[in-house]
Design a protein. Structure first.
Length: 163
């Protein structure tokens, strides 16, 4: 396997803005969870089915699992962002290498932030469900989730082919 050369490409303004937006929302949700933790009932949603209805209840401590996963995803994908030269590219040439690296890194950034937003939204909505302020995620949640995740990947794949 041929090693690709490493090129130092500064993070774009868009990447910084996406990171900042996701982190602000994440910090808000964590603050909301901590400030409401003592008032939460002992049983909170532990899992949702494909239709967005609660199909398992658990202890309120479980609400910290998704934020912990979000932090793990953030760290791993932020690390991966720093090494676009190790990604697999379809039509990488000397001429388009810089553009391909930027596109690949932006894709990882977008997917990272979508994951953090997903876990933040699930945590927030689980608090609402636990407090009786919502019935579940709603039946549109799963189709929207799939649309955004796979739509993002498709968009970046199309861009990669066109570069």
């Amino acid at each position: 396997m041929k090693k690709q050369p490493k090129i130092d490409i500064p993070k774009s303004r868009l990447e910084w803005m996406l990171d900042a937006a996701a982190l602000i929302i994440f910090v808000f949700v964590i603050s909301y969870l901590i400030s409401n933790f003592n008032a939460l009932p002992d049983r909170v949603p532990g899992h949702y089915n494909a239709l967005g209805k609660v199909d398992r209840w658990g202890g309120k401590e479980e609400l910290f699992i998704l934020p912990a996963i979000a932090v793990g995803v953030w760290i791993l994908m932020s690390t991966l962002e720093r090494f676009p030269h190790v990604y697999n590219y379809i039509n990488l040439t000397e001429k388009n290498r810089s553009a391909q690296y930027r596109n690949g890194r932006l894709m990882v950034n977008v997917l990272k932030n979508e994951c953090v937003l997903l876990f933040s939204l699930l945590t927030y909505q689980s608090i609402k469900v636990a407090n009786g302020e919502a019935a579940g995620l709603g039946s549109i949640f799963m189709p929207l989730l799939l649309f955004f995740i796979f739509g993002s990947m498709a968009l970046f794949f199309i861009r990669m082919v066109r570069l």
